[in-house]
Design a binder for this molecule. Structure first.
Ligand SMILES: NC(=O)c1ccc[n+]([C@@H]2O[C@H](COP(=O)([O-])OP(=O)(O)OC[C@H]3O[C@@H](n4cnc5c(N)ncnc54)[C@H](OP(=O)(O)O)[C@@H]3O)[C@@H](O)[C@H]2O)c1
Length: 471
């Protein structure tokens, strides 16, 4: 018999959790049985401890999307009793029983042998977030990190903290983007040499290209920040896109890809092939200074998990600097509690929600509307001008360039290239431009025909600012 956190669902669909003592024969089929020593708490775990958020297929269920432990029994030649192993991804803890249990039975293919130099506690202090950070750094290396600082966004978070520590340890100059100034000392202790306030990057600009600044980037934030930093990458540099803490929408242009050969690399930790997993865990053992992990962990037991699960969904589990990722172990020990940003879904929702009493609709901008959009946003951008990077702010271009960029919107015949914008309606009647934040997707369209037009008409220079000279 062993203990596990079991989530059950009653006939009315209500879920409840309890730590129960269950027998080995209740474990699902699989080639390897593992005595689980540590697991972590992630946002997905919070969902699966509760109603499941659509992730859990069958009840009763054992959550826990990752674990590390010792092999007890194996029908697979690759593993024998006593081997130390780690598991992340493969929908374990969602579609399959997971790590919030003193025993787990899984497919041998899902496991990775723990490399020398890493114990099970350290492996789960790294957890899925740290493993993903390593994948992101490896992807950058595979595509070549350019000279200059490497940017890490969401730096005080789980992925960002580990990415910062690894990159600094590898000798890169690391610029850490954070929305919490109080984490500056913590980020510097991880090796960051420059702290970039979040608001310097969290605003769209009308210029698809800005000064070439970053030699690489690990991005845990996505959204507007990712769109903005794409235009600041050095020629041929790469961005590893890991997360969506700032939102899932990407209000960007393709210009950085076409004119600067920037690479946008998608990072998925769940279905990562075995060879790459093995390589990543070996690199973690070699390149992550383990003493940095202690500040990120907080012990917890199986019985603590229901509360930690609720807290994590509310964004209340602390970690990083003053944030502490919970570490739970099985002995009765278990997880490393982590918080995923409350910002995720809120941000997305904020973009989609019209003000009370209004309906939002999606349309292509009518002639002349583009100017109003651009001007309004520009006013917002100018408010930020002078803070941080004046040369990359939303300031209007100098007069000569503005003339070159002048463009007759509406006469160009390029309406089809304009992306849809949100239009507010009351009782089916359009009532005017939506609030600024609703324009997140509408600022980035580019039409070369407009860019260099010399004729009069609507000034869209703010929308099409570019480093390239006109013809
Ligand atoms: N691709 C994969 O396989 C994979 C694996 C793991 C995680 N993820 C994703 O990666 C992201 C980061 O995970 P994590 O474990 O590091 O989460 P986390 O510990 O909660 O950290 C996220 C960080 O993002 C920043 N942030 C939060 N809300 C923001 C907003 N609205 N705008 C800008 N920045 C914001 C914060 O950084 P500061 O406190 O420094 O401001 C926060 O600490 C999540 O979206 C997660 O779902 C993906």
């Amino acid at each position: 018999m062993f203990n596990a956190l079991i989530v059950e669902k009653d006939e009315e669909g209500k879920t409840s959790t309890s730590v129960q003592s269950i027998s080995l024969d209740r474990l699902p089929e699989g080639e390897v049985t593992v005595a689980v020593e540590y697991s972590t708490v992630n946002y997905k775990d919070g969902l699966c401890i509760g109603p499941g958020g659509g992730l859990v297929r069958n009840y009763p269920h054992i959550p826990g999307i990752d674990f590390a432990g010792t092999v007890e029994a194996s029908d697979d030649d690759r593993y024998k009793p006593g081997d130390k192993v780690v598991l992340t991804g493969w929908r374990v803890g969602e579609a399959h029983w997971g790590g919030y249990s003193q025993k787990a039975r899984v497919k041998a293919d899902w496991l990775v042998p723990l490399p020398d130099g890493l114990d099970t506690r350290q492996a789960m202090a790294v957890g899925t977030a740290g493993f993903t950070a390593m994948l992101a750094v490896m992807a950058l290396e595979d595509h070549g990190i350019k000279d200059g600082p490497v940017l890490v966004t969401g730096a005080a978070g789980g992925v960002g903290s580990v990415a910062t520590a690894i990159l600094a340890n590898l000798g890169h100059e690391v610029a850490a983007v954070t929305g919490r100034p109080e984490t500056a000392d913590y980020l510097k202790s991880l090796g960051a040499t420059r702290i970039v306030p979040r608001e310097e990057l969290n605003e769209t600009t009308k210029r698809p290209l800005e000064a070439e600044t970053w030699g690489g980037c690990v991005d845990a934030v996505g959204g507007v920040m990712l769109a903005r930093l794409l235009g600041q990458m050095k020629y041929g540099a790469s961005v590893s896109a890991v997360g969506l803490a700032g939102g899932a929408a990407l209000p960007a242009t393709v210009i950085p890809f076409l004119l600067r050969g920037v690479n946008l690399l998608g990072i998925d930790s769940v279905m990562q092939p075995y060879d790459n997993r093995l390589r990543a865990w070996k690199r973690i053992a070699k390149d992550l200074p383990m003493d940095k992990l202690d500040a990120m962990v907080q012990p917890a037991t199986l019985a603590d998990l229901p509360k930690l699960g609720k807290d994590i969904l509310k964004g209340q589990v602390k970690g990083g600097a003053g944030r502490r990722r919970g570490l739970a172990c099985h002995g009765d020990p278990v997880p490393v509690a982590r918080r995923e940003p409350a910002g995720h879904r809120q941000c997305d929702a904020a973009l989609r929600q019209p003000p009370a009493g209004l309906e939002a609709d999606c349309e292509r901008p009518a002639d002349g509307q583009a100017r109003r959009h651009g001007s309004a946003r520009d006013a917002g951008g100018s408010a930020q001008a002078g803070q941080g990077y004046p040369e990359r702010s939303g300031q209007r271009p100098r007069r000569r360039r503005r003339e070159r960029l002048t463009n007759p919107v509406g006469r160009s015949g390029c309406a089809a290239t304009r992306p849809p914008v949100t239009v507010l309606r009351r009782g089916g009647r359009a009532i005017g431009p939506p609030p600024l934040k609703a324009y997140g997707d509408s600022t980035a369209w580019v039409c070369p025909k407009w860019r260099f037009s010399k004729s009069g008409g609507t000034d869209v220079s703010q929308n099409y600012g570019t480093d390239r000279p006109g013809p």
